[in-house]
Design a protein around this ligand. Structure first.
Ligand SMILES: [Fe+2]
Ligand SMILES: [Fe+2]
Length: 268
């Protein structure tokens, strides 16, 4: 049994998420056959060693703010390529959450390293988040041809298999984001002064809750597709995508700078 699939399923249960049994079986298979590096002892040890350097940790908070902001924009464009209104709304909510996460990472930087930021740099960091909210966000209209990906992306995603593949990638990357939040939690608490400890802990709770909900909604979409007689294809695809996510993760570790980022960019 792999610790990543068990941890993810455990958090889904902790927040009362309704997840199909088939999804759980396929996630267990994928993690067993392609074990994620982020579940291995060496990764946790490596992270705990590098994170002791405050400069490294501050940079990793900035890298996270940038990744969450970019992820939010990409996920919004993805939502504009989805015809099913229920799924499109779930994906839009995801985008709004990631926008908030970007701002939360900047807030954490301000709380944990209050004196080291200059005013202009502070403003640049604030701009990493697209600032999407439920009451203020880009259009929900289908993606038009003048956008970077435009019609080509939309036409591709209207193919249901391509949509489910994207959702599987999101699902596995959100599990990774959840694991990284769990690794980061004691670090945030260790860097916090006693005065900020409660605030930082509440932010960590929210991150962990949100990332679990992102695993939940993507698992829900996958579960629906499994019900339509696509068991074997979904199982194969989850195993294949776990492999590509793992390969991406190893590249990140080699780049050292991005270790510990809750990156949402998707592997090709
Ligand atoms: Fe996030
Ligand atoms: Fe997320």
């Amino acid at each position: 049994m792999n610790n990543i699939s068990e941890l993810a399923i455990n958090y889904l249960q902790r927040y009362n998420c309704q997840i199909s049994e088939d999804y759980k079986t396929f996630l267990r298979d994928a993690c067993e056959i392609q074990p994620p590096p982020h579940g291995m002892a060496w990764y946790g040890n490596y992270y705990r060693r590098v994170v002791r350097n405050p400069e490294w940790f501050a940079k990793s908070l900035i890298a996270n703010a940038a990744e969450e902001g970019n992820g939010s924009r990409t996920v919004w464009q993805f939502s504009q390529c989805i015809d099913n209104p229920e799924y499109a709304e779930l994906v839009r909510n995801h985008s709004i959450d990631e926008s908030r996460h970007s701002s939360m990472f900047v807030a954490l930087l301000n709380i944990l390293f209050p004196t080291q930021l200059e005013a202009d740099f502070r403003a640049q960091l604030q701009a990493l988040s697209p600032n999407y909210y439920h009451h203020k966000h880009p259009t929900t209209e289908p993606l038009s041809g003048d956008k970077p990906y435009g019609h080509a992306l939309r036409d591709r995603i209207l193919d249901q298999k391509v949509f489910v593949d994207e959702i599987i990638k999101i699902n596995l990357l959100e599990i990774r984001a959840l694991i990284l939040q769990l690794l980061m939690r004691p670090v945030l608490q260790a860097y916090a002064t006693p005065k900020d400890l409660a605030k930082v802990t509440t932010m960590s709770d929210l991150f962990i809750y949100d990332e679990t909900k992102h695993v939940e909604y993507s698992a829900y979409c996958i579960g629906k597709y499994i019900q339509e007689e696509n068991q074997e294809w979904v199982r194969d695809m989850m195993i294949y995508r776990q492999k590509t996510v793992n390969e991406m993760f190893i590249t990140d570790v080699e780049l050292e700078n991005s270790v510990g980022t809750t990156v949402l960019s998707t592997p090709e």
